[in-house]
Design a protein around this ligand. Sequence first.
Ligand code: ADP
Ligand code: MG
Length: 729
Amino acid sequence: MAELRFKALEEVFRRQPKIVKLPSNEVTDFFGQKAFDRPKMEKFLNKEAFQSVMTAISEGLSIDRKMADQIAIGMKAWAVGMGATHYTHWFHPLTDGTAEKHDGFIEFGELGNMIENFSGKLLVQQEPDASSFPSGGLRNTFEARGYTAWDVSSPAFIVDTTLCIPTVFVSYTGEALDYKAPLLKALSVIDLAAVDVCRYFDKSVSRVQANLGWEQEYFLIDDALYNARPDIILTGRTLMGHGSSKDQQLDDHYFGSIPERAGAFMKDFEIEAYKLGIPVKTRHNEVAPNQFECAPIFEEVNLANDHNQLIMDLMKRIARHHNFRVLFHEKPFAGINGSGKHNNWSLQTNTGVNLLSPGKNPKGNLQFLTFLVNVVKAVHDSQDLIRASILTAGNSHRLGANEAPPSIISVFLGSQLSSTLDEIVEKVSNGKMTPDEKTELKLGIGKIPEILLDNTDRNRTSPFAFTGNRFEFRAVGSSANCATAMIALNVAVADQLIQFKKEVDSLIEENVKKDEAIFQILKKYILASEKIRFEGDGYSEEWKKEAEKRGLSNINSVPASISKYLEESAKRVLIGNEIYKEKELIGRVDVEYEKFTKKIQIEARVLGDLVINHIIPTALSYQNKLIQNVQGMKEIFPASVYEELAGSRIELIKEMSSAVSIIKEHVKEMIEERRIANKITDERKKAFEYDSKVLPYFEKIRYQIDKLELTVDNEIWPLPKYRELLFTS
Ligand code: ADP
Ligand code: MG
């Protein structure tokens, strides 16, 4: 059975890095070549059509049909010129990844001849059969139709020979069936809420855009080794495997020189990313062996998220050309770092001001403080919603599992900012501030040199850290669609800003001066959200205890975390701001429960199968060898010598027998628990059952297998070992 493993290793030893050439010396020569971006629209659309797209993008409007026809003509002309023969509406269903159904441009013309056609109707709307996408019971199969509608704000692009049109995916009764539709709503809510608050400081602000810069972490493993690990193939992670004697303890991988084969892969997918207009900028090794990161320059949230989804797809495909598989799972290997996708997030006005960047004058600084404090307060009030948006089956191994940071949401500001907030509380509490004091406070921020702010970031253990001119939401999982995190964060902050505006306005109505009113409410918020601020080591045991004392929640169970979506406070934020209708939210939560259940179900099956088909037969065959050996000894040695020599071997046989029995017993019990859980029809109950009854067997079974791996003859172990997965290639 070990044949596959050794053949795979042989293949890996023979691998050579591919040579990847840039299509041109200057990236700008081919950047955006495959995206229907602004310059291309200007070239391929008539003036009127171009104007209507531009207006639709800036005002968030839709396109009328007549205009759509004209745009479709231009878009098709460009796409066909680029070699496209098909088009698809590209969308983000509630599964992992994106979906597309390709249709050819060809149609029969009136004379029965073949023509190439692409009308405005096809550009604007399509009706994929929606019945096999998850909807949480929102869409009965008898009304299986959903429709996709063009998201004008994200440019169409070409992959291979298909023109891909970014779209939202909605049911016929108007419920969103995807991640993009609610994301666009959340972004529009924060736009309005933030503009209202900005106007305290600058009347010329009319639009606020949320920005996202994601940092995508991933592992690379060799194709051949991947193919010899059914657990990785089917679940994206190793369900067993003893830790390698050497892993990341020497810290020699992080920022080390990039291995040649991996480097060639990176170059290759980056070139394709550039062509699609994805501004990838940073690449480096990560902490664990064979772990890497890719980060672009930040963009508007919706576009950035499309680009993230697109690049994940691209990486998976290009990896194959280099005999690699890319693993986006949050925890492919136990005992070493998992993968995240830090979401760097900020708000920016149409006047070019980053609202999370300290200003250069007192007015700008009060605006900065206002946004900063409101974000902290929003994260405090919506900590459970924010966690619910990122805690999935995969990510739970990164957050809250034994070796990972706890699942507590806290905010890191850095000592300087933190003390500035405390100072505000103190000064405002001491009664009315003099104009000098106010100016001094506001200026206090401006005095913090930028370098220093940037360095405040070196606390890497915080799930939500201020890093000088943005917040870095680090708890997001590497396989995630950033939309869920961005929906929760943006709408939570928007809701908070709306609240803030109301409170300040009512003070102003009572004749309190504007600045004074703002300071008073900020003070109130700083105090109310104080307990979410934490500057220490977020991974430590002490923090767990401290957080509990402070009354912060620490939820490790995925279903328990998901259930927070339906708590009153979350519903108020999500439904109150019209991101979801109640029915939609309930449906979506059901989808989340179901996804969790299915992931655990699949893992349990794969684990069971591997145990029965790979591990136990291997253990038994080694055991038989030992038994033969002992029998042989008995034949050739006199009894006294035999007893002395055979003792330890017999002990080993006993140990292995007992391990095999324990494993078998656990697997039997696990299957029984699954059988019980599968009968439950309520998605919520089923998820909780899987979480509390099935999941706990994984660790117990794995522990025994990993012990066997150390005992059994290396020559017959069937699965590539950690040292092979992590250190060859
Ligand atoms: P680090 O690993 O030190 O956090 P990286 O350079 O790897 O930094 O990634 C930082 C990410 O944050 C990049 O995508 C970058 O474009 C993004 N970023 C920088 N400034 C902002 C901002 N104001 N708003 C949102 N994202 C930002
Ligand atoms: Mg970062």
